[in-house]
Design a protein around this ligand. Sequence first.
Ligand code: G3H
Ligand code: ZN
Length: 292
Amino acid sequence: TIVSGKDVVSKARLSGYAVGAFNTNNLEWTEAILRVAQAQQAPTIVAASMGAIKYMGGFKTVADLIRNLDHELNITVPIAIHLDHGDYEAAKSAIAAGFTSVMFDGSHLPLEENLAKTREIVALAHAKGISVEAEVGTIGGEEDGIIGDGEIAPVEETIAMVETGIDFLAAGIGNIHGPYPDNWQGLHLDHLQKITTAIDEAAGYKVPVVLHGGSGVPDDQIRTAISMGVSKVNVNTEAQLAFHQALRDFILADHDLEGKNYDPRKLLAPGVKAIENALVDRIAVFGSANHA
Ligand code: G3H
Ligand code: ZN
């Protein structure tokens, strides 16, 4: 069942778990995410980056694909269709195309411009019941051409961003897209606690916080972050690594598949299974199973 992002994330914040926001890359990936969500009875966010949307055939194609699969696969758990790291134009396109949640990522802009553009997107999105995520500080590393230095979000900036009326907040807290480097210092959990305490007090309610760069963060750090207010954890790289490894092993083992090893439906199956296993594993840590 397709719902807004706020629907699933606000409940998670109040109940003390996190919803998995899993990036999709194609048809098989999308089906895998939905199947796992249903099997785990876990409210879930299917996320698409601008790069993935371009790859998959555009905003409407992606929104309709998720909506149609939700219907045809009889998915009864809550599912949000989310734009990941969108620029201003992408956020508007996603709102028009039927996404139920958008991230406007103005984190590379001067703060005042980031806040002003976020306010505009909030007005457009909320008029249609669509939720909005925005970011202060930056996420380190690179994802689909989105590059960040990993600036830690100053607490005043997180308060100013929440005051724009967004539904959930992404903040740089030492998190990085892609695999974590060996010398990574871990999440800045003390700082996260300062942020969540400050924004909850300023807003007068529990504001859901988003952890980007969820792949490769040790489980205990994820659990601590959730206990502090993180209610959406983004995962892309872990599923990609699992897919790649399983597919690579399978192809190198040179299975015959009854003479049909050129059939993509057979060839991709082990990779898709590996994505499913990786997501089940994450949902167990996020605590979102059986919250549908
Ligand atoms: O926006 C997407 C996520 O932040 C992806 O992070 O590279 O750690 O999977 P990841
Ligand atoms: Zn991200």
